[in-house]
Design a protein around this ligand. Structure first.
Ligand code: ZN
Length: 590
């Protein structure tokens, strides 16, 4: 019949005289007001709704039964006599209303709305309030999967759920119980559901068909792509690129699907997560006519986002922006992007040389790996070009010895450098369940905010002074150089309030998988290369450089983290999870 399993609907049972009308209603709606969607009958709904071509005229109702010329309708609201009469007149039937829970009506409504044949990334809207629905992604996905008639429908349902919940990847892995489905959301994998083993196997085969893989081959890893379209939040069609890879493993094959939407995910520099002070410094760096800005951080630290957002912010019609990338991850409007192809001789160095013949203003080099590229990039940065590039180092300062190792002339290199940006992504406290939090002694200790009640008399923002205080004290403790300690004064109550005032923590709710976090932003360490720093890079030691930076308000990872925690954006736990260990623990170094 209409449902995927062959359960008879309550209406059919009633018509077969197997149960009474009262029993049918009891099976359809339980004591908590939850409707058993499996027992509804499509025919009843069809007959009722066909009398109302415009369903907007109707109050929220679910047709349950049509029995002895009476429609039994479930509704989460009180329906007035007028409305009852209207429905009765139109259907030439009596109307009886059975009260149900709001969430049960929502579940029915969303199930009716979905089309498993297409991918849809729009957020669920509560049909009663018109507001965004608090979605329990596991329950919704299972509800939708029950509506999918075939493997393609199941795959599209899984992809839709991933898009709705901002997942970056979908993992499908064979387990003893079946095919486990997980989404990576804000960098963390979340269990969604497990498909029965036989369905799971067919889903994996269908994915392999969709991306032109060899379905007979299940002993070797394969990779492929699917290009799709889906309905975005404003109902416009958005391109979707799915990068699929398989890996033979115990129990079958594991499939990972990376989701890349063509919707430009790069909003504005303001939304990346820079502190106000670093942002204004960073913007001034981007306005320079020439010089080099280096971005560092491991894979997944969000540096590509920062790089692309920055490029888009400078790519006006008056400038020629060209990139060499490996690979091109997103296609950016107004920018000429080229792709490295080592086999064809298009290396980073060759690409860069070719770009320089094309009258560029701004150049983005995906990565500096060798001496030749480094030399060319430094020379370009000294001859009227703004060069953006990346290096793999732990923090901003680490980029300096790393670049020196690669080997360009240190004098030219220090001249060319404008700034170094290092970053990590921290999860933000969930806006739905975040609440004020009083920091524990341990949390204060981790950030180095637990020291004696003194602070240096410097006029930077409060958070900066807190951190500078920590560094100054550390300098004093760590290497016998007591410079910083002399300038300290007592903490004023307002500063103490500032340290503790805005701390928050997420309790955990259905919006955030009970994690207490939703969404991510960058925590940024920004090294602004001024003349003193330039000199220290050229002829000083790293120790001298670190000492100078600590005394001069360097926005280190630690400073940036303290600001985010004290402003209630993220937690100490999260900062500890993502920052390099040295950023918080080696406070005495330098
Ligand atoms: Zn939450």
């Amino acid at each position: 019949m209409s449902t995927s399993t062959s359960v008879l609907s309550a209406w059919q049972l009633l018509r077969n005289r197997e149960i009474t009308c009262q029993e049918a209603l009891e099976r359809l709606v339980d004591k908590r007001g939850i409707v058993n969607l499996q027992l509804l009958d499509k025919e009843v709904a069809y007959r009722f709704f066909r009398e109302f071509p415009d369903q907007k005229d109707l109050p929220p109702v679910i047709p349950l039964l049509l029995w002895r010329n009476c429609y039994y309708l479930a509704s989460p609201i009180d329906i007035c006599a007028d409305e009852m009469k209207k429905m009765s007149d139109r259907t030439f039937s009596d109307i009886r209303i059975i009260a149900i829970a709001e969430k049960s009506y929502s579940a029915w409504y969303h199930r009716e709305k979905i089309d498993p044949k297409s991918i849809c990334g729009t957020k669920l809207i509560n049909p009663l309030t018109g507001e965004l629905e608090e979605e329990d992604v596991c329950a919704t996905t299972e509800l939708y999967l029950s509506q999918a008639a075939d493997q393609i429908g199941r795959i599209k349902t899984i992809i839709s759920g991933a898009l709705r919940n901002r997942a970056s990847d979908i993992h499908l892995e064979p387990t003893g119980e079946g095919l486990r489905v997980r989404y990576r959301i804000d960098g963390i994998l979340r269990n969604i559901t497990t498909l029965p083993a036989d369905i799971g196997r067919r889903v994996v085969v269908a994915i392999k068909v969709m991306c032109d893989m060899d379905i007979a081959e299940s002993r070797c890893p394969q990779d492929g792509r699917i290009s799709e379209q889906y309905a975005g939040d404003d109902d416009s069609n958005v391109g979707l690129d799915l990068r699929v890879s398989t890996l033979p493993c115990v129990g079958g094959e594991k499939v990972v699907i990376r989701l890349l939407t063509s919707k430009n995910p790069f909003s504005s520099l303001e939304k990346l997560g820079f502190s106000q002070r670093s942002l204004s410094v960073y913007k001034s760096l981007l306005r320079q006519p020439q010089g080099m800005i280096i971005f560092t951080g491991p894979t997944g630290s969000g540096k590509t986002s920062t790089l692309y957002t920055s490029l888009l912010s400078v790519a006006t019609e008056n400038v020629n922006v060209v990139t060499v990338e490996d690979p091109v991850e997103y296609v950016l409007p107004g920018i000429t992007q080229t792709q490295v192809n080592e086999r064809a001789g298009m290396t980073f160095a060759a690409g860069l040389r070719a770009i320089l013949r094309q009258d560029p203003d701004i150049i983005m080099m995906g990565e500096i790996r060798d001496r030749e590229t480094a030399d060319t990039a430094v020379r370009a940065a000294l001859t009227g070009h703004l060069v953006l590039t990346t290096l793999h180092t732990n923090d901003a300062i680490g980029a300096i010895p790393r670049l020196k190792d690669i080997g360009p002339d240190p004098a030219l290199m220090s001249d060319a450098l404008l700034g170094i940006v290092a970053q990590r992504l921290v999860r933000k406290i969930c806006p739905h369940c975040g609440e004020p939090h009083t920091p524990t002694t341990e949390e204060l200790q981790i950030l180095g905010l637990d020291r004696p009640q003194t602070l240096p008399a410097i006029s930077l923002a409060v958070s900066n002074s807190i951190s500078a205080y920590g560094s100054a004290l550390n300098n004093g403790n760590g290497n016998g150089n007591g410079n910083g300690v002399q300038t300290m004064t007592a903490v004023t109550p307002s500063i103490k309030h500032e340290i503790q005032g805005k701390w928050r923590i997420g309790r955990g709710c259905s919006n955030c998988f009970n994690s207490g976090y939703s969404g991510r932003e960058a925590v940024v360490e920004l090294l602004d290369v001024n003349d003193t720093v330039r000199e220290l890079i050229y002829e000083g030691t790293m120790t001298q450089l670190q000492r100078y930076l600590k005394k001069n308000g360097f926005v280190s990872f630690r400073t940036a983290a303290i600001e985010k925690v004290t402003q209630g954006i993220t937690t100490v736990e999260e900062v500890q999870r993502v920052l390099p260990r040295s950023a918080l623990y080696n406070q005495n170094m330098g």
